[in-house]
Design a protein around this ligand. Structure first.
Ligand code: NCD
Length: 289
């Protein structure tokens, strides 16, 4: 079963072939309107989402699949006390692939034990968000070419932010060098990768990609001490050549005065979610064009 519970479920070759397929869908989103005809994609979202759920649903529809799902677990039997394992088993009888977002780390792994269909992790608490990583890699590749020897700084809440927990191992596997600029007390977990800490100014002056993340207030008890901010002044002062990425939603971390600059890639990045998730669904269902 081709689960995508974590980025480690994909080999380097899998990542390359998903990105290559995504590039064909990016070039012509209407080229394969029947590729997944007859398949049903379930989107089970127990946590808020705008981009991930809707880009998965758009991706399914672009390939001719049907979509069922919910965007709030409060309206499901989970509110009556049903376990995630039981809900996954039931959905496994209704659909051909399960896209799951859940507030608990490890939720996709648990669901995969009972679902009987491929489970795609669309974010599990502070755990991982592997399909975000694929669209991040796609965006870097489309903009800068090969990832090998690229320098990337991950910035902000690196402790609770799940996108970087999937992105950093993938970047390292593909030959990029990664440094961190953590907000105070929100360092990248050593258990995932030991990343050198650099100052924001130094990162802006020296890297190819500034990957900025939001403080995940919903996952912390403490009040965040610091929000690291990227603005036009920082990029000019440091003569930065970096592109600026962000999984979105942004709160205060990226100033809107950057939005018109060629370096600002975050909206393009969000739009890349559709072709990349088209490729992810095809991969999970074992369908090739
Ligand atoms: C991210 C997430 O849900 O982890 N959002 C997304 O999927 N683009 C990032 C975030 O919420 O900060």
């Amino acid at each position: 079963m081709t689960h995508l519970r974590a980025i480690a479920d994909l080999s380097d070759d899998d990542i390359r072939s998903i990105l290559d397929l995504a590039a064909t869908f990016h070039a012509d989103p209407l080229a394969q309107p029947d590729l997944l005809r007859g398949h049903i994609v379930a989107t089970a979202f127990f946590e808020p989402s705008t981009r991930t759920r809707l880009s998965f649903e758009a991706a399914a529809l672009r390939l001719g699949a049907g979509v069922i799902g919910f965007s709030d677990g409060k309206n499901t039997s989970a509110a009556k006390g049903e376990t995630l394992e039981d809900s996954a088993k039931v959905l496994g009888g209704y659909a051909d692939v399960l896209v799951l977002r859940h507030p608990e780390t490890g939720a996709a792994t648990r669901a995969a034990t009972t679902a009987g269909i491929p489970v795609i992790n669309a974010g599990d608490g502070a755990g991982e968000h592997p399909t975000q990583t694929l669209l991040d890699l796609f965006t870097i590749r489309q903009t800068l070419g090969a990832l090998n020897d690229r320098k990337v700084a991950v910035i902000g809440d690196l402790k609770y932010g799940r996108t970087v927990h999937s992105l950093v191992p993938a970047l390292q596997r593909l030959g990029a060098q990664v440094v961190q600029v953590p907000a105070a007390g929100l360092e990248f977990p050593d258990s995932v990768a030991k990343l050198p800490i650099v100052a924001l100014e130094e990162a802006a002056a020296s890297v190819d990609v500034l990957y900025v993340t939001r403080v995940q207030k919903e996952r912390m008890n403490e009040t965040p001490q610091e929000v690291l901010r990227i603005d036009r002044n920082l990029l000019e002062r440091t003569k930065s050549r970096a592109i600026v990425m962000h999984p979105l939603p942004r709160v205060d971390e990226v100033d809107v005065d950057l939005d018109g600059l060629p370096a600002a890639k975050y909206f393009e990045q969000a739009h890349n979610g559709v072709p990349v998730r088209m490729a992810v669904l095809a991969h999970a269902l074992g369908v090739t064009p």
